[in-house]
Design a protein around this ligand. Structure first.
Ligand code: IPE
Ligand code: IPE
Ligand code: MG
Length: 256
């Protein structure tokens, strides 16, 4: 990845650019099959497209990019494919650690990492520590992640932290669940993109997508280039977000 992007003014709440984009990078397998190549060919191409997407996010002053790399249900795939995906992930972490760091990117891996090999767990910690103090794009890779798992682990962590008595009040308090989710501290996703034509969430961010703008495209992930990324940003820029208000209220709020 040769990220050379001039720094531009920071994204503001007034801006029509999403602060946080969450992507389900789907369609690698079908892309490869169409080309009479093994599914692994599609996954490799997918990694290259992710590098381009990171560059596009930096160019557009997006603060946070979350990508779904491996779901908690993807273990159900043939062993060979799972093995390849794990290998690709580890290779990517190894080869891109310095590149991410040099580009001021902060990396977070979310999901149940205990299921990964020791080597992978060590590498994850290493890259997270290396990039911990970076102030540019936050890159979140969801690996062995499931939205249901996130809500379960958040509830368990909440229960552990509080005595039964305190909990009754705590559960009623705003944000109590949110503070225990894997994404705590990040802005909530503004734009959700799913490539590959399926119109579902597939157990990605369940809580976090509450008010997110949803964008579905038939483009398969390995074809999701800068032009396709711009189309998604353009579509987002004309959406009116109301968060429960009326359109008139939104206009008024803008003017004040
Ligand atoms: C997404 O592409 C990548 C992962 C799930 C790891 P797919 O592998 O799901 O591709 P399709 O949907 O079979 O084409
Ligand atoms: C979602 O894609 C998971 C990732 C992209 C990592 P899937 O291809 O696994 O989703 P389903 O099975 O079609 O819902
Ligand atoms: Mg798929």
């Amino acid at each position: 990845m040769g990220l050379q992007v001039a720094s531009e003014p920071k994204n503001t709440s007034e801006s029509k650019v999403p602060r946080h984009i969450a992507i389900i990078m789907d369609g690698n397998g079908r892309w490869a099959t169409k080309k009479n190549r093994p599914r692994s060919f599609g996954h490799r191409a997918g990694v290259e497209v992710l590098k381009g997407t990171i560059e596009s996010c930096i160019k557009n002053n997006v603060e946070c990019l979350s990508v779904f790399a491996f779901s908690s249900e993807n273990w159900r795939r043939p062993e060979k494919e799972v093995h390849l995906l794990m290998e690709l992930f580890l290779t990517m972490l190894k080869s891109q650690a310095k590149v991410l760091h040099n580009n001021n990117i902060k990396l977070h891996i979310i999901g149940q990492r205990e299921a990964f090999s020791k080597a992978m767990q060590t590498k994850i910690k290493e890259v997270e520590n290396l990039t911990h103090e970076n102030t540019g794009l936050t890159l979140v890779i969801a690996a062995n992640y499931g939205g249901q798992w996130d809500l379960e682990q958040a509830s368990q962590s909440l229960l552990k932290q509080h005595s039964k008595q305190a909990l009754a009040g705590e559960l009623l308090a705003d944000n109590s669940i949110e503070q225990h989710l894997s994404t705590y501290g990040m802005p909530e996703p503004d734009l959700f993109i799913r490539t590959g034509g399926e119109k579902r969430i597939s157990n990605f961010f369940l809580w976090q997508l509450a008010y997110c703008e949803l964008y579905f495209t038939d483009i398969l992930w390995p074809d999701f280039d800068e032009c396709e990324f711009s189309k998604a940003l353009k579509e987002y820029s004309v959406r009116q977000r109301k968060f429960g208000h009326t359109a008139e209220q939104v206009q008024e709020l803008k003017q004040n």
